[in-house]
Design a binder for this molecule. Structure first.
Ligand code: FES
Ligand code: FES
Length: 174
């Protein structure tokens, strides 16, 4: 048996070393918030954090997670707030901004979007439009990119001014 530290808890698993982390999370640990989209590191729906950095878990062999590294999934996003209530779902500023801005449409890509956005805000607390375009390479088939951008800025304390930001179309959508 091997083990992984996921959302602050140690989980044992018996997956083959080359099994993608995504399938260990979903099928062995039961954390199904992380989604399978393309399976080839393109769409980002499988994004989780390893030691705070975003990774595409569909192409990461579980054996590549080194002992001591911390995996965070969407289920653990809100628990890492300083002073936050462990296990309280949905209290991350991004999750609140997501709700306020009605970001999701079908919702399938959204856990990956949130994880990518959370990693961005850790790295760049006040991201520019260019930062968001560069870092959030996740694909949303419903085209929620404008609301994603607005919610990221709101969570960053940068209220989106009416106008340009709202109508800006990210390059991935073209
Ligand atoms: S499912 Fe991993 S990037 Fe698409
Ligand atoms: S909300 Fe439907 S794919 Fe993004």
């Amino acid at each position: 048996m091997a083990s992984l530290n996921i959302n602050g808890r140690v989980h044992s698993h018996d997956a083959e070393p080359d099994t993608p982390l995504l399938w260990v999370l979903r099928e062995q640990v039961g954390l199904t918030g992380t989604k399978y989209g393309c399976g080839v590191a393109l769409c980002g729906s499988c994004t989780v954090h390893i030691d705070g950095a975003p990774v595409r878990s569909c192409v990461m062999p579980v054996s590549a997670v080194r002992p001591g590294q911390k995996v965070t999934t969407i289920e653990g996003l809100s628990a890492d707030l300083p002073g936050g209530a462990k296990g309280t779902a949905g209290d991350h500023p991004l999750q609140k901004a997501w709700v306020k801005n009605d970001v999701p449409q079908c919702g399938y890509c959204q856990s990956g979007m949130l994880m990518a956005a959370a990693a961005l805000l850790k790295k760049k607390p006040k991201p520019t439009d260019a930062d968001i375009d560069a870092e959030i390479t996740n694909i949303c088939r419903c085209g929620t990119f404008n609301r994603v951008r607005a919610a990221i800025k709101e969570a960053a304390g940068m209220k989106t001014a009416a106008g340009l930001d709202i109508v800006h179309v990210p390059r991935r959508q073209a």
